[in-house]
Ligand binder design. Structure first.
Ligand code: NDP
Length: 236
């Protein structure tokens, strides 16, 4: 049996590509989702990957969900914090609900898996941040705050986990062709692509390959790092 990998938001979009890529590498994958039962069922039917439904913004639900995954599959050795949402508005029009929903969804996943990784002296934490956490973005103060927060999280966890055989790294995707990006009006999407020197959106599989590498034994000395995959749109 391969290592157990948990991918939050793993049933569609970038997460779906990550779940499939990890499975192809021999991992025992559990994919979580929030509410899209139909897509999750189709994903399981296609891939054979088990899905689990909980709201990552709810700490107790996350802890209970993680316990269930571990009871079903064994200890989680790789966690990919990928689930994410946008609730965009210029700051002066952003509602407290838009602020709270994004902050809570993005910064709440990792704590319950950490003690087990420390005890077993092995872990791979991979957080899917964003180019907009690196450079900021108009109408995304909430989103950029959490995605920049992800980078602080992995740098801190890297220092805490290094002696216990745990690495924590982030991937910052640029604009990727998922429902999240395809949902923006076509004109806006065209103006986004015009800002990408590669002249195209990224593919979810291009992010998945970064995750597979960071999860591997070969990446054991890479800790607290950020991989940017953005078609040359932004350099840190
Ligand atoms: P999608 O909207 O395509 O998929 C989001 C996934 O997250 C779904 O599986 C969804 O579940 C799940 N999810 C959302 N909210 C919750 C929640 N509260 N609890 C549990 N699961 C939840 O997103 P993308 O694939 O585009 O994005 C994935 C990650 O990559 C996000 O963190 C995003 O911020 C980041 N990112 C994306 C970029 C892009 O261009 N697409 C660029 C940079 C970063 P359900 O199916 O049930 O709704």
């Amino acid at each position: 049996m391969g290592r157990v990998a948990l991918v939050t938001g793993g049933s569609r979009g970038i997460g779906e590509a990550i779940s499939k890529a990890l499975k192809a590498e021999g991992y025992e994958v559990a994919a979580t989702y929030a509410g899209n039962d139909e897509k999750a069922a189709a994903f399981t039917k296609e891939t054979g990957i088990k899905t689990y439904k909980w709201n990552v913004a709810d700490y107790e639900a996350s802890a209970a969900g993680i316990a269930k995954v571990e009871a079903d599959l064994g200890p989680i050795e790789v966690v990919v914090a990928n689930a994410g949402i946008t609730r965009d508005a210029p700051f002066h029009r952003m509602t407290p609900e838009q602020w709270k929903e994004v902050i809570e969804t993005h910064l709440n996943t990792l704590h319950p898996v950490w003690p087990g990784m420390r005890e077993r002296k092995f872990g791979r934490v991979i957080v899917i941040s964003s180019i907009n956490g690196q450079k900021g973005q108009f109408a995304q103060v909430n989103y950029a705050a959490t995605k920049a927060g992800d980078l602080g999280i992995v740098k801190s966890l890297a220092q805490e986990g290094a002696r216990a055989g745990i690495t924590a790294n982030a991937v910052c995707p640029g604009y990727i062709a998922t429902e999240m990006v395809m949902a923006v009006p076509e004109k806006v999407r065209e103006s986004i692509i015009a800002q990408i020197p590669a002249g195209r959106l990224g593919e979810p599989e291009e992010i998945a390959r970064c995750v597979v590498f960071l999860a591997s034994d070969d990446a054991g000395f890479i800790n607290g790092s950020t991989i940017s995959a953005n078609g040359a749109q932004f350099f840190v």
